[in-house]
Design a binder for this molecule. Sequence first.
Ligand SMILES: Nc1ncnc2c1ncn2[C@@H]1O[C@H](COP(=O)(O)OP(=O)(O)OP(=O)(O)O)[C@@H](O)[C@H]1O
Length: 351
Amino acid sequence: MPQPLSQPLQLDRIHCRYDEHEVVRDVSFTLERGQIACLLGPSGCGKTTTLRAIAGLEPLTGGDIRINGQRASSAGFTLPPEQRGLGMVFQDHALFPHLSVAENVGFALRRVSAAERQRRVDECLAMVRLQGMGGRYPHELSGGQQQRVALARALAPRPPLILLDEPFASLDLDLRRQLNQELRAILLHEGTTAVIVTHDQEEAFAIATHVGILRAGELMQWDSPYNIYHAPATRFVAEFAGAGAFLRGIVDDDNHVSTAAGRLHSHRPLTRPAGSQVDVLLRPEDVVPAEQGALATRVQHRVFTGPNILYRLEMDNGEQLSCLTGSHVDVDVGALLKVDIAAKHLVLFGN
Ligand SMILES: Nc1ncnc2c1ncn2[C@@H]1O[C@H](COP(=O)(O)OP(=O)(O)OP(=O)(O)O)[C@@H](O)[C@H]1O
């Protein structure tokens, strides 16, 4: 049955293998129009293979992929990439060197009139802030400008779905962050649905409406960036999605857990029975330095990042906490630091 057009992409229990190795297992997710997904996970977990399967570059051994409601891949069937109508920006997706910037951007617009093509090329170049550069050739551009042209080229035909594989990975951090923010703004403005592969958790959180965390070919969690960080479904997701520490505890009642850092309160009711032994996830911003803080800790390690300092703290019983402060709270390794625990809701795992 055709799916509604509001779902540009639907993966239903897809599997991919290279020879004997199944590298994507039972992965399902759906994107509505305008949603931006980031696939995130450790090296070799199957991010690029999943993206290539969506592009039609890898066959499926099970499940199916629908694009705009039409079957695009299933076991034994792969609609060729050029018939999927997708935009793609891959790290190694070079521009055509012998074509000007404008010709590159207009490449997929051969079927429209010259006037309309010119209008859309100008519009796309403005979108990626390369107005007036249409006459240049790729070798006359910086790496960041070349990737902007690749993005403009992919967006020019207004594809329903665009796939990006670490599009700015070769650029330095500042430029990458800036381009990622521009990318998000452009995708939201154009209403383009996107799937982006990245290694970088901060990058994923900053761009995505939805994040998929993969581990060894399996999708561990598909959720908003907020929930991936604050309501991780598994310990793996909790650890992969950001810094933090786990404290041993015992559930007291629906809203309290006793730990060596005190009796912690959760605004959201806890789902485990009283008496359960648990590990409580505390993110670095849940641990707040205070002169009259209830908990005395000792600084074990500190990382200065400019605006912030990330501390690793040790409690009297040897358990550790992470603590993120503004860089004005500047304490040496070995010094005492008093803190309060300010977690609003508690995330618990069985231990
Ligand atoms: N062409 C291939 N032939 C055989 N095995 C492959 C091939 N391409 C990838 N693999 C293997 O499939 C698994 C998934 O690879 P994939 O490139 O999808 O991972 P990834 O999550 O994108 O990794 P990275 O973040 O390092 O790019 C890895 O174990 C990889 O070694």
